[in-house]
Design a binder for this molecule. Sequence first.
Ligand code: PNS
Length: 160
Amino acid sequence: MARALYPGSFDPVTNGHLDIIGRGARIFDEVVASVVRNPQKEPLFSIEERAEMLASACADLPNVRVESFSGLLVEHARRMGAQVIIKGLRAVSDFENEFLQAHTNRFLDSGIDTLFIPTDVAYAFLSSSAIREVVQLGGSVTGLVPPGVEERLRARLLGE
Ligand code: PNS
């Protein structure tokens, strides 16, 4: 079975992430969307909240499951039986860092490859941090995040 891992912070999940997950799910038998617990980052939402929002956004994709992990990505990929790591690329500026990560991961486990998927142009400007900032400053992110996520952001950031 060809299984791919799609890792990220998902703080919160955006329609850009969902675009990549949906396209990955058409290529692979199974995509494991994996929320990272990164001790160096202070996320807005807990890992459980991020995984719950991601799982609900992926509910209609039968070959996508949601997991969370901490530690090395390649170890998580091995545990999940994934041969491929999927990464979305929005712009050339993403490439440099992603390229370094792909090489590092391949150094750590040469049996796991990274597949870059260019994000849909409609979401090329989208990032979780920009979404958080727009909501924090009172703007609308309707159409950029899955249903329910904007409400969760407004509740957390604006106390609504
Ligand atoms: O959504 P993000 O924050 O850009 O995702 C970053 C992520 C989760 C892909 C990256 O931080 C990661 O792979 N973390 C796991 C730690 C690891 O394996 N590091 C070594 C490879 S660079």
